[in-house]
Design a protein. Structure first.
Length: 447
């Protein structure tokens, strides 16, 4: 199991997706729940690039109908599927009830080869289902280590055609579908059609894999696999003695020499797979792994909505609720308390302080202000190449006695001063050409 990816769908019909469960070459399985959280289902969704092919759609729907006919026993019934219509948006999927179980491949990876009794129950359950399929003249072609499940009460089948058991499936130009099976039979290598005996050959391979942890005829270069299947005798030394003869007959090169599905089921478990599995049939390690998977699945919760949707929904709800004066006063934070001591005066710009401008606070020195760039502090220190160095004697020149500063701000270089009026000059006649000072310091001519 793993979390949903960005491009994974979140809903299939009435089901809400919880996470990715398993993957095959042709489909992806998701865990989901229906209207009630405890109604857990497994959604088998076809891959979008394959679902666009008409040939794939026909084959997928045919295998779904086969599952419906075989429902019951070791096959879980199909619960739901999309209706073929314009509202379907082209997706192919089926829903079946979730059963805690491990695939045969996962079980062998966890605990190694199965005990003889577990192999007998596994083979008997698969053979019973094959017998029902062959009674209608059909061929299953859906057996593989990843399509056979090991549940607490017995085995389960999840694939009912070559799409479910495919090792590789791809779309080719022209709308053609290419499917490669993981297990081939001698008659298929020879170019013949698969028949009921082909399912028995694959069943022999699965029994040998479950009993030894390796598949006969699989060792060696992949390019020579077809030649080994058609002409090489399988090595079954690691298969238990009680099962070796049966597995060897299932792996016969001639289809006529293989037993029927009913004969295999009776030879492995005369009382039936369900009767032999009473009281438990899996090793303790696999039983614990199945129980742990069930606990993890039941504890899954639906994924929360994305952050933008949550914020937008909250804003809509907040706008829809009227706010009263009492709510507004309650939601408004109290004002911050005033500081006990007044804040210090903000330092003046370093350039202005260095050029002799007045300041009501302490002059800032170069480097005191952290937000000023280095170039500006350098200019304040007199390091700018286009400015002459600062002359303290020029700015600190004493003012003449009795001189008063003008009302406006001093100039850039030095303060301009004027002499105070002389009382002795009050009675003198002013020249017509001599200007006199106005009330606000402006110059005016005497008429």
């Amino acid at each position: 199991m793993e979390a949903l990816r960005q491009d994974d769908p979140r809903r299939f019909g009435p089901y809400t997706v919880l996470g990715r469960f398993r993957e095959t070459a042709a489909a992806v399985q998701y865990l989901a729940h229906g209207s009630a959280p405890e109604d857990l289902v497994v959604i088998t969704a076809a891959r979008p690039e394959l679902a666009a092919l008409p040939a794939f759609r026909r084959r997928f729907q045919a295998e779904s109908r086969t599952a419906d006919r075989l429902s019951g026993g070791w096959v879980e019934a199909r619960l739901d599927a999309p209706d073929d219509g314009p509202e379907d948006d082209g997706r192919l999927w089926t829903a079946s009830a979730y059963v805690p179980a491990l695939t045969l491949a996962e079980a062998v990876d966890i605990a190694g080869p199965l005990p003889e009794r577990a192999v007998r129950i596994l083979g008997a359950g698969i053979a019973e289902t094959l017998s029902r399929v062959h009674a209608t003249g059909a061929v299953l072609q859906g057996l593989a280590p990843r399509t056979v499940l090991l549940a607490e009460d017995g085995p389960r089948l999840t694939a009912f055609g070559p799409l479910g058991a495919a090792a590789d499936a791809e779309a080719r130009p022209g709308g053609q579908l290419s499917v490669r099976l993981g297990y081939l039979t001698p008659e298929q290598v020879a170019g013949q059609e698969a028949g009921p005996a082909s399912d028995l050959f694959v069943l022999g391979l699965l029994l040998a894999y479950a009993a030894t942890g390796s598949t006969p005829l699989a060792d060696g270069p992949a390019a020579e696999a077809a030649d080994r299947i058609a002409h090489t005798d399988p090595r079954l030394d690691a298969v238990p003695d009680e099962l070796r003869d049966l597995v060897a007959r299932c792996l016969a090169k001639d289809p006529a020499d293989r037993p029927t599905a009913g004969a295999v089921a009776a030879e492995l478990a005369l009382e039936g797979a369900a009767g032999l599995a009473k009281g438990g049939w899996l090793p303790a390690r696999l039983t614990a792994a199945v129980a742990e998977q069930g606990d993890r699945v039941r504890n899954l919760e639906a994924a929360p909505p994305t952050a933008p949707e949550t914020v937008q929904d909250a804003a809509v709800v907040q706008d829809a609720v009227p706010v009263t004066a009492e709510d507004s006063a309650r939601s408004t934070p109290p004002p911050a308390p005033l500081p006990a001591h007044p804040a210090p005066a903000r330092p003046r710009h370093p350039d202005r302080a260095a050029r002799g401008h007045r300041s009501h606070g302490p002059a800032a020195r170069p480097g005191d202000h952290p937000a000023l760039p280095a170039a500006r502090t350098a200019r304040a220190a007199g390091g700018h190449p286009r400015r002459r160095p600062h002359d303290p004697a020029r700015t600190a020149r004493p003012r003449p006695r009795g001189a008063l500063p003008l009302r406006h701000s001093p100039g850039r270089r030095e303060a301009r001063c004027r002499r105070p009026p002389d009382p002795a000059d009050r009675g003198r006649r002013r020249s017509r050409r001599a200007p006199r000072r106005g009330r606000r310091g402006a110059r005016a001519r005497v008429r």
